[in-house]
Design a protein around this ligand. Structure first.
Ligand SMILES: O=C(O)C[C@@](O)(CF)CCOP(=O)(O)OP(=O)(O)O
Length: 324
């Protein structure tokens, strides 16, 4: 038995930042993303009943014990549902620009959830698939759907109501998402560690939780009204608030590096010139700049001209998980 699935990565516009349950990957707040049409993972899962050990191949190379254990822990969730004794060979290819600092855990676990359940004949609904992908990496639950996606935080302790739901299909509103790769000087604090430390030690975290629900409401209204300026203002403000929380953590940390500031300032300069562009930043120095398609070339050319920008990748809203 085998199956292949493809999932695109996604960019959060309203951030998932903090867990209320570390084991089940349950978020403190609802959040919102755009699934991209680039940066995908294609995963093939082969099922073996004559073997006990899982094998994990990433971009053609067999991964070591630590990475394979993460995959096995995830597959154990499915094994518990199917009951059967089986092992898997997981063969994943990440289609992300080489040396690009873009997280592929979102597309990786979404593709794995889809391919593995298909391979063992476990028919899940999209919400159930999203609940499963979430347990690999929280943001992966959003990549099950395309376009604009909301991850509802849910209230249940078992997390069955904490999954993504589609807000707008990718062909209902075209935007340009420019992924800006900047020089990266130091090892970043991984998002899982970053949000844990922030929740546990930052006095600014309660302010984040008070503000994010309002940001969600404003962002959804702007999306339904196709109001790019209003969406841009709230997504940029939300990213700033998320990163502000890390400054109050103990020990404090900051994801931004000098090149990050160069891009932020350039985006604000573009707005001074009347070009609507807004930025968001995740757990690293790279910046994602959003603009309307008619400004895409101009914004891309200006960003590429910055000496500390290494590359710019143009994306648009993409589709959800698919089976090949
Ligand atoms: O994507 C967002 O909403 C915001 C972030 O990217 C900001 F950095 C966090 C993503 O966290 P993820 O990698 O999903 O964590 P996991 O559940 O611990 O695997």
């Amino acid at each position: 038995m085998r199956a292949t699935a493809k999932a695109n990565t996604n960019i959060a516009l309203i951030k998932y930042w903090g867990k209320r349950d570390e084991q089940l990957f349950l978020p403190m707040n609802s959040n919102l993303s755009i699934t991209l049409d680039q940066f995908s993972t294609t995963t093939t899962v082969h099922i073996h009943t004559d073997r006990k050990e899982d094998v994990f191949l990433l971009n053609g190379q067999q991964e070591g014990a630590e990475e394979t254990r993460k995959i096995s822990r995830f597959l154990d969730i499915i094994r518990k549902q199917t009951g059967g004794q089986w092992a898997a060979t997981v063969d994943s290819i990440n289609h992300v620009p080489t040396a690009a600092g873009f997280a592929s855990s979102a597309s990786g676990f979404a593709a794995l959830a889809a391919a593995a359940t298909k391979a063992v004949g476990l028919e899940l609904s999209e919400p159930q698939l999203s609940v499963l992908a979430r347990q690999g990496s929280g943001s992966a639950c959003r990549s099950i759907y395309g376009g604009f996606v909301e991850w509802k935080k849910g209230e249940r302790k078992d997390g069955l109501d904490s999954h993504a739901v589609p807000i707008l299909e990718q062909n209902e509103w075209d935007l340009s998402i420019l992924s800006v790769l900047v020089e990266s000087k130091r090892k970043k604090v991984l998002s899982r560690e970053g949000m844990k430390r922030t929740v546990e030690t930052s006095p600014f975290y309660t302010g984040w939780l008070e503000a994010v629900e309002k940001d969600m409401q404003l962002a959804k209204e702007a999306i339904f009204q196709r109001d790019f300026e209003r969406l841009g203002m709230v997504l940029e403000s939300n990213a700033m608030k998320m990163h502000a929380t890390t400054l109050g953590a103990n020990p404090p940390f900051m994801y931004w590096q000098s090149a990050t500031f160069d891009v932020m300032e350039q985006v604000q300069e573009l707005r001074m010139q009347g070009i609507q562009a807004y930025f968001t930043i995740d757990a690293g120095p790279n910046v994602k700049v959003l603009c309307e398609p008619h400004n895409e070339e101009k914004v891309c050319q200006v960003l590429k001209s910055l000496p500390t920008v290494q590359d710019v990748f143009i994306c648009h809203p993409g589709n959800g998980v698919s089976y090949l």
